[in-house]
Write a protein that binds this ligand. Structure first.
Ligand SMILES: *Cc1c(COP(=O)(O)O)cnc(C)c1O
Length: 384
C-alpha cells in the first residue's frame, strides 16, 4: 500500500499523550487510567493506540470483545485487558488462553463462567442505575456470592454512569446517586473483609464532570482521543458559564485527522446534475472535484448538503449524495486545484479546521459514533 494513497487517518500521538496527562491531572493522584480502546480504539486503530499508550506507562485497557482483546495480545500488549461486554461460553477458553479479564454481566453469567472449569479472572459489573449490565447494587448477596465460585478470581468491581455528560439537575442528581450507590457497594465489600480487587466507575464525562471521585481507575474513551461527544452540550453550557465542560474546552487535543485526495476535477455546465439520483444540479457553471472516500469508509450519507471539507485551506461544500467510495465537492472557488490534491475531512488545513464534532452535528449523533465507524480501508498512520 502506498502511504496516504487514497484516504487515510493521521494520528497525533503527542496530542494523545497530552490528553492522557490532562485527564490524569484532573483525577486524584493515585487513580490510574484504563483507556477504552474498544471498537478499534474508536476508529483510531487499536494496536497503534494501545502501543502508544503502553509507551506512556499505561498498563490496563478495556475492550468490548474477546476478539479485540486477542488482537491486542497478538500485537504484544501486556498488562490487564478487561472485556466490558459479553463473551459466549464457547469462547471462555480464549479468555483463559490470552489472559483476558471478563466482566461478570449478571449472576447467571457468573455461574456459566465458573462452570467452564478453568480459572477465569473477572471484574464484577454493578448496576447502579443504567440497567444495562451488572448485578443490582442492592443485591449484595449475589455480589458476594461471586467470591464463592471456585473458578472465578475477582480482580475488580465496577459500574458505569449513564448521565455523567448531562447538564440538567435531574441528570446530575442521578449521577450523584449512582456514585453513592457504587461507594456503598465497595464499602460493604471492604467491611466484609473482601480484598485484592480494584474499583472503577468513571468514563470520560465522569472524569471531566465528577473528577473528585476516589476509585482506583477511570475508563476514558472519547476524551482520551481529544473529543467531546458533541458540541451541543457546549452551546447549552455557554449560557451557564460555570459549567465544568466549558472549563475543559481547549484542554483536550484531537488525535485523529481524516484525509483523502482529489480523484478527478470536472466542469458542470448550468443545469447539469451530478451523482446518484441527480441529487445536485448546478445553478451556474461549476467546477467539482471527486474525492476518493465514501460511506464504506465511514462518511455518513446524512452529511450530504450540510457538510464541507477543506481544500488548500479553504472550506468547500459537499454536494450530491455520498457514494460508497466517492463523494463530490464544489471547488469552483479553488482555481488551481488538481487531481491528487490532499483534502481534509476532519482536522486542520492551514487556518481552517473541521472537528469530528461537526460530523456529530451534521448527523444528529455523537462524535463517538462518527469516529468508531471509520472504515478498515483507511490506513492509520502515526505521527509524532
Ligand atoms: C465505552 C465505555 C467507556 C468509555 O466511555 P467514554 O464515554 O467514551 O469515555 C467506559 N466504560 C464502559 C463500561 C464503556 O462501555
Amino acid at each position: 500500500m502506498y502511504q496516504k494513497g487514497r484516504a487515510w487517518i493521521e494520528l497525533d500521538l503527542a496530542n494523545l499523550e497530552h490528553n492522557v496527562n490532562y485527564l490524569k491531572s484532573l483525577l486524584p493522584g493515585e487513580c490510574k487510567l484504563m483507556p477504552a480502546v474498544k471498537a478499534n480504539a474508536y476508529g483510531h486503530g487499536a494496536v497503534l493506540i494501545a502501543k502508544a499508550l503502553q509507551k506512556m506507562g499505561i498498563s490496563d485497557y478495556c475492550v468490548a470483545s474477546v476478539e479485540e482483546g486477542i488482537e491486542l495480545r497478538n500485537a504484544g500488549i501486556a498488562g490487564n485487558i478487561l472485556i466490558l461486554g459479553y463473551t459466549h461460553s464457547r469462547q471462555i477458553e480464549q479468555l483463559v488462553e490470552h489472559d483476558l479479564t471478563q466482566t461478570v454481566v449478571d449472576s447467571d453469567y457468573a455461574k456459566q463462567l465458573s462452570d467452564y472449569g478453568k480459572t477465569v479472572q473477572v471484574h464484577i459489573g454493578i448496576d447502579t442505575g443504567m440497567h444495562r449490565l451488572g448485578i443490582d447494587w442492592e443485591d449484595m448477596e449475589s455480589i458476594q456470592k461471586i467470591w464463592e465460585y471456585r473458578n472465578l478470581k475477582v480482580a475488580g468491581v465496577f459500574s458505569h454512569l449513564c448521565a455523567a455528560d448531562g447538564i440538567t439537575q435531574k441528570e446530575k442528581d442521578y449521577t450523584r446517586k449512582q456514585i453513592q450507590r457504587f461507594e456503598t457497594v465497595v464499602n460493604q465489600l471492604k467491611q466484609q473483609g473482601k480484598t485484592g480487587f480494584v474499583t472503577h466507575l468513571q468514563g470520560s464525562y465522569g472524569i471531566l464532570n465528577y473528577p473528585e471521585c476516589r476509585f482506583d481507575y477511570a475508563r476514558p474513551g472519547i476524551a482520551l482521543y481529544g473529543l467531546f461527544s458533541s458540541f451541543a452540550e457546549y452551546k447549552e453550557q455557554e449560557k451557564e458559564k460555570q459549567k465544568k465542560e466549558i472549563q475543559n474546552q481547549g484542554k483536550l487535543s484531537p488525535v485523529l485527522s481524516l484525509k483523502t485526495r482529489v480523484e478527478s476535477v470536472r466542469t458542470l455546465e448550468k443545469g447539469e446534475s451530478a451523482g446518484y439520483g441527480m441529487a445536485y444540479t448546478a445553478v451556474s457553471r461549476r467546477k467539482i472535484a471527486v474525492l476518493s472516500i465514501g460511506y464504506a469508509d465511514g462518511i455518513p450519507r446524512e452529511i450530504a448538503g450540510k457538510a464541507y471539507v477543506l481544500c488548500r485551506g479553504k472550506k468547500v461544500a459537499v454536494i450530491g449524495r455520498i457514494c460508497m467510495d466517492q463523494m463530490l465537492v464544489d471547488v469552483t472557488d479553488i482555481p488551481d486545484i488538481i487531481s491528487g490534491d490532499e483534502v481534509v475531512l476532519i482536522g486542520r488545513s492551514e487556518k481552517e479546521q473541521i472537528p469530528a464534532e461537526a460530523y456529530a452535528e451534521w448527523t444528529d449523533s455523537i462524535s463517538n459514533e462518527v469516529v468508531s465507524r471509520l472504515g478498515l480501508r483507511l490506513e492509520r498512520i502515526a505521527c509524532t
